[in-house]
Ligand binder design. Structure first.
Ligand SMILES: *Cc1c(COP(=O)(O)O)cnc(C)c1O
Length: 432
């Protein structure tokens, strides 16, 4: 499914607005921009929105999807659980297949539930089962803070020291990206002490997209469980979670999946664990067999698959927003989005390189297979003024300490023209 490097080199970029307009004209997905609300400035001009990696934009159809549930609730009250147009009892099932397609999984492996960090903890209840000799957790050096806090608290919860128990996969001195050789060296040395490897599938800071299958195979070879936080991967890159063989993965739906602030998370549990009733887990009535759930019996009957990790009956309004977005993903297909994304980000990289300015440097991998749509631009001397001026000039991007501007042109609603103007603004500001 991935475009090969050969295809990539065949695609020639050019500078100049004409080229951007021509690309937009030929873009088969161009009309989808109109399906999203694009934020505007005080004068009503559209801003250049580059933060779909942080909070995706609102699809115009989301309101109707939520209103449908509000109306059915008003009309039907509790009967909506079975009588609503989209009955609430099985509502999460309406999301499963589309979500599984987005992350490259089988439906039985995927569930939309809770929020991201909560799901990460639930997954660790099952897949972080430390012993006296094998208790360490390996994460990437620049892991998202919430992930780091979560694994540290799991170590403490099991009575281990969170400094000694946490192993960081670090970049080499003077580098930003992580090397697989270094991961292999860590495992060779401490593999039999590591209970869990938990990596951000796409690193939030550098935008490096890791080889999930390679990491999983390596971890399994040493007897470790392997999980990924795909918050920056879902809806952005070709995750192929099933084929990766990972034990579990978690992600959120408010970044590239455009489902609204604080919306529910997604969770993947590999099929080989689907019927394992001996795995440790926390349960609730929504983990119980659907057929007998409302008999309210004493004996617990575990649901198979990822659904069996649910606890509560879920928030339908939030799920309606997820359905609105996933219906768009279904309509287009993640493959087409990724194909456009590669061109768009390649174009962005090309234009930045054309600037040939030593004030900025892209730290994201050059290889298409090792990144998604985000480019992380390191600013020399950590000069935050560049970002401030970009913001003043109508760009929404984000500054990450110590010295990086992250820009993520997303294929659903960003255009080549957006990218062209963005780089023109950067050029103007750094040459001032
Ligand atoms: C966005 C993000 C989070 C946020 O977690 P929530 O529980 O949704 O607040 C955590 N981890 C990663 C890697 C993220 O990108």
């Amino acid at each position: 499914m991935l475009e090969t490097e050969k295809q990539r080199t065949l695609f020639k970029y050019k500078s100049g607005l004409d080229f951007a307009l021509e690309q937009d004209h030929n873009d088969t997905l161009k009309l989808y921009r109109n399906q999203f609300h694009i934020p505007k400035d005080a004068d009503g001009n559209e801003l250049i929105y580059m933060t779909g990696n942080s909070l995706g934009l609102q699809p115009k159809q989301t309101k109707a999807y939520i209103n449908q549930e509000l109306d059915d609730w008003a009309k039907l009250g509790v009967e909506g659980h079975t009588e609503a147009k989209n009955p609430w009892l099985p509502y999460h099932e309406f999301l499963t297949k589309s979500m599984a397609n987005v992350v490259g999984a089988k439906p039985i492996e995927v569930i939309v539930m809770n929020t991201l960090t909560a799901n990460l903890h639930l997954m660790m209840v099952s897949f972080y089962q430390p012993t006296k000799s094998r208790y360490k957790i390996l994460i990437e050096n620049d892991a998202f803070p919430s992930d780091k806090y979560a694994v540290e608290s799991q170590l403490r919860h099991h009575g281990f020291d969170d400094k000694n128990g946490l192993i960081l996969w670090k970049p080499r001195k003077g580098e930003e990206l992580l090397r697989y050789d270094d991961l292999e060296a860590i495992l060779e040395e401490q593999g039999d002490e590591i209970a869990l490897i938990m990596i951000g599938g796409v690193n939030y800071y550098t935008g490096q997209f890791f080889d999930l299958k390679y990491i999983t195979n390596l971890g399994h070879k040493y007897g470790c469980k392997v999980g990924f936080d795909c918050a920056h991967g879902a809806g952005n890159v070709d995750l192929q979670l099933h084929d990766s063989g990972a034990d579990f993965a978690v992600w959120c739906t408010y970044k590239y999946l455009n489902s609204g602030p604080g919306s529910l998370g997604g969770c993947f549990v590999h099929e080989r664990h689907a019927n394992n009733k001996n795995l440790n887990r926390f349960t609730g009535w929504w983990s119980h067999n659907k057929q007998t759930r409302f008999k309210m019996r004493d004996e617990f009957d575990q649901l198979p698959g990822a659904e069996g990790w649910q606890l509560s009956n879920p928030p339908i309004l939030s799920m309606a927003a997820i359905k609105a977005s996933l219906d768009l993903f279904n309509e287009v297909g993640i493959e087409k989005l990724i194909a456009k994304s590669k061109k768009l980000t390649g174009y962005f990289e090309y234009l930045l390189n054309q600037l040939g300015h030593d004030k900025i440097r892209i730290i994201t991998p050059k290889s298409e297979a090792a990144r998604g749509c985000q480019l992380s631009i390191q600013v020399m001397n950590a000069d935050k003024k560049l970002h401030d001026k970009l913001t003043e000039s109508g760009v929404i991007s984000d500054w990450r300490e110590p010295d990086v501007i992250r820009c993520a042109p997303t294929p659903f609603y960003n255009s080549f023209e957006d990218v062209y103007h963005l780089v023109e603004k950067i050029k103007f500001i750094i040459n001032e």
